[in-house]
Design a protein around this ligand. Structure first.
Ligand code: G4P
Length: 528
């Protein structure tokens, strides 16, 4: 197959949702359609379980297993589908944000009864900022839930989206009869246990035909007609360009658990979802069709074998082909590296591959060369943009508990930060190190891994910080100097050498902004 065709057939995406909305279940059903797994449960068993929230050892174990589900690839209708796993667990939200830099589109799963939840809001906001094309799947229609129109309103208002339903439910919960597929103009009837008869589809392009009464009954038929009329009147027609530009979001309804509405979603997805999109580097925009290879690290998975500290760096291929044993430039280090066993990922296994194409993810064994955001190229000095850090939620001083092992401790901290486990801030005033994390759980993970992988011991001490704000580069003016002098106690340097203001309260943040209006504070580490 030609290079062009290989690119055109790739669909690399992520599924995002609030925990429990049904992301894992939907992923499994998609894999079943792709023939990539034989039975349900294969992905589920790898999921980080809710019950493990207080047991970080268990989480680490499960994270170890979950490397297998980091990328799930399968072929469907001749399209090569790559699903990038995005942890739903709140404490790993940063992992998810970073993974979103490597997807070309997303599917947002929403629970019909719970509607738009907190985690969905945050994740969708990141996608919206990047104009990532989004499809919405409203799940659990077999249960009583919110009215479909109310939900569509909620999605528009809370998530700031412009939706257009491409399917519409016929009844809900106990009365759930099926789904009218607006995109394909047919009806799917729900038979309670549709796992076995998902092909139960009736073509129906004339909704006014009296046949409708025969199929779904009088009341449901008249409701459906009314609803579809309302859909026509209220929502814009599906516009593929608008979807691809992140300006319109098609919505599907269904029940992942019952395998209902999933095929419709997948069929539409493979038709409309974008192949690998161009990506912004600091220097220029790179197109997938360029012949020269380039890619970037969006995830590092460590601790496969704690004794060897081996790590797997996940590279998203942006342009050209990635070939085994060919030297590529590690731009940050300015040196060439060769990879003898790059891994490609399939549903339940990884395999060594000779060649990979734009949109694909390869896993490279790493002994500490990579950090998140690194770019690899065929020789060009490119630096991919777009892996920002957000303000952590928790902050603690990290202290060395074994003076003889300080070298090990600093090396360990350094490498764990490269992996993106947490963020490190070094205070300007006294050089003390502060670890910032999204969830409290990470402190235990760090302590445990420092001890078991690096032989170092640490303790923590509380450091009350409300928010970390990145300070726009230094200017020479008096206000900036005054700010630095007065706020010295709250200033730190992050891992990239950027100046950060650690505000101890919302009030002090506001006061600082008022008092020093020319000092620009940002809530992510990347700004223009
Ligand atoms: P997540 O990855 O988004 O966290 O959600 P997951 O797929 O694990 O689903 C969360 C729960 O919702 C699971 O139940 C799952 O079976 C259920 N679920 C998913 N899709 C549907 C659906 O279409 N209808 C209904 N009624 N339930 C659905 P659980 O009890 O937490 O787990 P399990 O014991 O079933 O594994």
């Amino acid at each position: 197959m030609s290079f062009e065709k290989e690119i055109a057939r790739r669909r690399t995406f992520g599924i995002i949702s609030h925990p429990d909305a049904g992301k894992t279940t939907l992923t499994e059903k998609l894999l079943l359609f792709g023939g990539a797994i034989q039975e349900a449960g294969a992905v589920k068993n790898n999921k980080i379980k809710k019950t493990a929230t207080s047991d970080f050892m268990e989480i680490e174990r499960q994270r170890g297993i979950s490397v297998a589900t980091s990328v799930l690839a399968f072929i469907y209708n001749d399209k090569k589908i790559n699903i990038l796993d995005t942890p739903g667990h709140k404490d790993f939200a940063e992992d998810t944000f970073r993974t979103l830099t490597a997807v070309d589109s997303v599917i947002v799963v929403i629970d019909v009864a719970k509607g738009v939840e907190e985690q969905t809001e945050k994740l969708v906001e990141v996608c919206r900022m990047r104009n990532i094309p989004m499809l919405v799947f409203i799940n659990k229609l077999d249960r009583e839930g919110k009215d479909a129109f109310d939900l569509l309103d909620e999605v528009e208002q809370k998530l700031g989206l412009t939706v257009t339903p491409l399917s519409f439910p016929i009844g809900m919960g106990y009365d759930f009869k099926g789904i009218y597929n607006i995109y394909e103009k047919n009806i799917n009837l729900f038979s309670g246990n549709s796992k076995s008869n998902i092909e139960d589809t009736i073509a129906f392009d004339n909704i006014d035909s009296p046949e409708l009464e025969k199929i779904i009954g009088e009341n449901a038929a008249s409701d459906l007609r009314d609803n579809l009329e309302l859909v026509n009147g209220v929502y814009p027609e599906f516009d593929k360009e608008a979807y691809l530009n992140g300006k319109q979001q098609p919505v599907f309804f269904g029940s992942a658990l019952n395998n209902f509405g999933v095929r419709e979603l997948l069929d539409c997805f493979v038709q409309i979802a974008p192949p690998p999109r161009p990506k912004k580097a600091e220097e220029r925009i790179v197109d997938a069709h360029e012949k020269d290879f380039s890619g970037f690290v969006f995830k590092i998975h460590a601790n496969m074998d704690p004794k060897h500290r081996d790590r797997l760096a996940f590279i998203k291929i942006v342009s050209g082909t990635f070939e085994r044993n060919k030297p590529y430039l590690h731009v940050r280090h300015g040196k060439n590296l060769k990879f003898s066993s790059p891994n490609a990922f399939f549903a339940e296994k990884k395999e060594i591959v000779d060649i990979s194409y734009p949109g694909d993810i390869v896993g490279l064994h790493d002994t500490g060369n990579f950090k998140i955001g690194d770019t690899l190229t065929n020789g060009e000095e490119l630096n991919y943009k777009g892996i920002p850090s957000f303000s952590p939620e928790h902050f603690r001083y990290i202290n060395n508990a074994d003076p003889l092992k300080s070298k090990q401790l600093y090396k360990g901290i350094d490498q764990l930060m490269d992996e993106g486990v947490a963020q490190l801030f070094t205070l300007e005033l006294n050089g003390r190190k502060v670890i910032g994390t999204v969830g409290a759980l990470q402190y235990e993970v760090i302590q445990y891994r420092l001890e078991h992988e690096y032989g170092a011991k640490c303790t923590y001490e509380n450091f009350p910080v409300h928010k970390a704000c990145w300070v726009a580069p230094e200017s020479d003016n008096d206000e900036f100097k005054e700010f630095k002098r007065v706020k010295q106690k709250f200033l730190a340097i992050d891992k990239r050498g950027q100046l950060v203001f650690l505000a101890d309260s919302q009030f002090s943040l506001q006061m600082t902004q008022q008092k020093y209006p020319t000092v620009k504070l940002h809530f992510t580490s990347e700004f223009d």
